[in-house]
Design a protein. Structure first.
Length: 356
């Protein structure tokens, strides 16, 4: 074990699966605490940790897996996140205290930053956190931990994506544009502020390390949920959705331009006479892009109408994936997808689905 900024990190160990994350909580940038035991059943290594994420919980798979791994190792965990329609502002989910900020995922970064800062300070008064784990995007969200960092509480920054590449891809702008230069500045300041930085793969680690000069970034790859290895009965779901026996292609996840769902629609439409299939699109994301692909689906002929569903409950995701005859990972080539590895690849592989 090597030590950096007072936080241990693994030696020669950059790829963690869900199970091993539970066995090695120090890989997430945590350190032993000198405070009294918060969980006597697990000994004095147990810590009180707060995750802050501009996303929904437990819907976000990476956050959920990391939190479950920490809980499995005996740590006490709280999460500050967004609040979706119908969700409680406060609840306990599988032993995790969840505080939801009443905002939807609509690029309200600054407002969430301020509200999460207030919630973090308020929670810390009662919970006395020993570490804070902040997820991007946005990168600058990590600065909500400043009051705690001034008290020598370690901060972990979890880079889910490379912000400059994401802006280039989604806004269709160049790397020299003002917005991207500001994103690079935010990335550099955020990475240098954190005591430990983790990210999703070697490609993102490489570009971030080159831009920020930080070489101790740890890779914790996204991995499929354990339940992805188990198949369930899809007959009730097929009946509920009104599907006949034709093959089905299901997409569950974020809906934004780099998913390139238009290409998927055109391919399925062109094969409709030889291979009639049902198409189900379930998720949330860019409202304009969702409207655009609805328009594409209406304009193209299909053997069956495309079925659009909102974000589905997490405990139903695997049943929908089991319903899919094949796994489809459709991504356009751009600055973001050149450094990203879709989690869907691992989920379909774990479920034994052929992929296209």
């Amino acid at each position: 074990m090597e030590w950096s900024c007072g936080i241990p990190r693994p030696c020669n160990h950059e790829v963690e699966t869900t199970a091993r994350m539970g066995d090695r909580p120090h890989s997430l940038g945590l350190r032993r605490s000198g405070l009294p035991c918060s969980n006597p059943r697990r000994g004095c290594d147990a810590m009180r940790i707060c995750h802050v994420v501009y996303a929904y919980f437990p819907a976000d798979p990476r956050v959920r897996r990391e939190v479950e791994s920490l809980r499995g190792a005996g740590h006490e965990v709280d999460v500050i996140c967004l609040r979706d329609d119908g969700e409680l502002s406060r609840e306990t989910v599988r032993g995790v205290g969840v505080v939801r900020v009443p905002l939807l995922a609509r690029l309200q970064y600054v407002l969430f930053f301020l509200l999460s800062l207030v919630q973090l300070i308020r929670l810390h008064r009662h919970r006395a956190f020993q570490a804070v784990h902040v997820h991007s995007l946005p990168d600058f969200q990590v600065f909500c931990t400043l009051p705690l960092k001034l008290r020598s509480i370690p901060v972990v920054l979890d880079l889910h994506e490379a912000l400059p590449e994401m802006m280039v891809a989604r806004l269709r702008i160049g790397f020299r544009s003002l917005l991207v230069r500001l994103a690079r500045l935010a990335e550099r300041l955020s990475v240098r502020f954190a005591d430990q930085v983790i990210t999703v793969n070697e490609a993102v680690k490489g570009v971030v390390a080159e831009r920020t000069g930080r070489s101790d970034i740890v890779v914790v790859m996204n991995s499929p949920d354990a339940y992805a290895l188990r198949s369930g009965d899809t007959a009730p779901l097929r009946l509920r959705l009104g599907l006949d026996s034709d093959p089905t292609i299901v997409y569950v996840g974020g809906i934004n331009p780099e998913r390139d769902l238009e290409t998927l629609f055109r391919a399925i439409s062109s094969l409709r006479n030889r291979f009639p299939v049902h198409v189900i699109i379930a998720g949330y994301g860019d409202p304009e892009y969702l409207a655009a692909i609805r328009g594409v689906s209406s304009a193209l002929p299909f053997a069956h109408p495309v079925l659009f569903l909102p974000r589905i409950p997490q405990d139903e995701v695997q049943t929908y994936l089991d319903l899919s005859s094949i796994g489809v990972v459709s991504y356009e080539e751009n600055a973001l997808t050149q450094v990203a590895i879709p989690t869907k690849v691992f989920e379909y592989a774990a479920a034994g689905k052929p992929m296209a």
